[in-house]
Ligand binder design. Structure first.
Ligand code: PGA
Length: 248
């Protein structure tokens, strides 16, 4: 099964209007590589402006609330981020699971809320260094997948991102064998959870210290269908070569 590569930048809490020039330049690179789906998950404050500048790249949000509306000070609903210009939304990033204490059930509910407003979803999973060192990384991530996968998960609206917490922002990445082993374990588990056709078509991204130097090797791994990129997505100079690496 050939899956279209998906390369998404996660700007986290970075980016002011001054960075819209980079959004525009990244959109231009995306337009030169239409065989790769490219997106930028910018801060919510930039969604509207970025969506007008992003060219061939889609703009996404980094989170949404699971409820439709109500007394949730500081939160944004799926409908709000969609109206502001988001086409996709990240749910379950480890920084939110840790900092905002989001549970697997919250993550599944956020994914369903996003889906109900026509947003595509990038669902993040990943183990801590302690879990990795204890030899339980695969079991942990597969449990997390089962518990945070929304009902009706299908490849046309949901992608998975495997992001080992200890690789995020550290410059340290797993070995290619460890990435390969985890991605094929996730795909095998998806086979159980969503069935053969859907599991085969669903994209599984790798995230954690992806950069222009390691992207080509990571993207060449069989069950890796793209990347979720933090620090190296903030400028076109850094992100452009990663998009190129995904284009092969
Ligand atoms: P990083 O972040 O590329 O800066 O390690 C990845 C992420 O957290 O999505």
């Amino acid at each position: 099964m050939s899956r279209k590569m998906l390369v998404v930048g996660n700007w986290k809490m970075n980016g002011l209007r001054a960075q819209l020039a980079d959004v525009e330049a990244i959109g231009v690179v995306a337009g030169q590589h239409l065989d790769v789906e490219v997106g930028l998950c910018v801060p919510a404050t930039l969604l509207a402006a970025a969506s007008e500048k992003s060219g061939a790249a889609f703009v996404g949000a980094q989170d949404c609330h699971q409820k439709e509306s109500g007394a949730h000070t500081g939160c944004l609903s799926a409908e709000m981020v969609k109206e502001a210009g988001a086409a996709q939304v990240i749910v379950g990033h480890s920084e939110r699971r840790t900092d905002q204490h989001e549970s697997n059930a919250d993550v599944a509910a956020k994914a369903l809320a996003a889906r109900s407003h026509g947003l595509k979803v990038i669902l993040c999973l990943g183990e801590s260094l302690e879990t990795r060192d204890s030899g339980k990384a695969i079991a942990f991530v597969l449990d997390q997948l089962e518990a945070s996968l929304p009902e009706g998960a299908a490849a046309d609206w949901l992608s998975i991102a495997y992001e080992p917490i200890w690789a995020i922002g550290t410059g340290r990445i797993p070995t290619m064998e460890q990435i390969s082993e985890m991605h094929s374990a996730i795909r095998a588990k998806l086979l159980d959870l969503v069935g053969g056709g859907a599991a085969d078509a669903m994209r599984i991204l790798y995230g954690g210290s992806v950069n222009a130097d390691n992207a080509r090797d990571i993207f060449a791994i069989e069950d890796v269908d793209g990347g979720l990129v933090g620090g190296a997505s903030l400028t076109a100079a850094k992100f452009g070569p990663i998009i190129q690496a995904a284009a092969g």
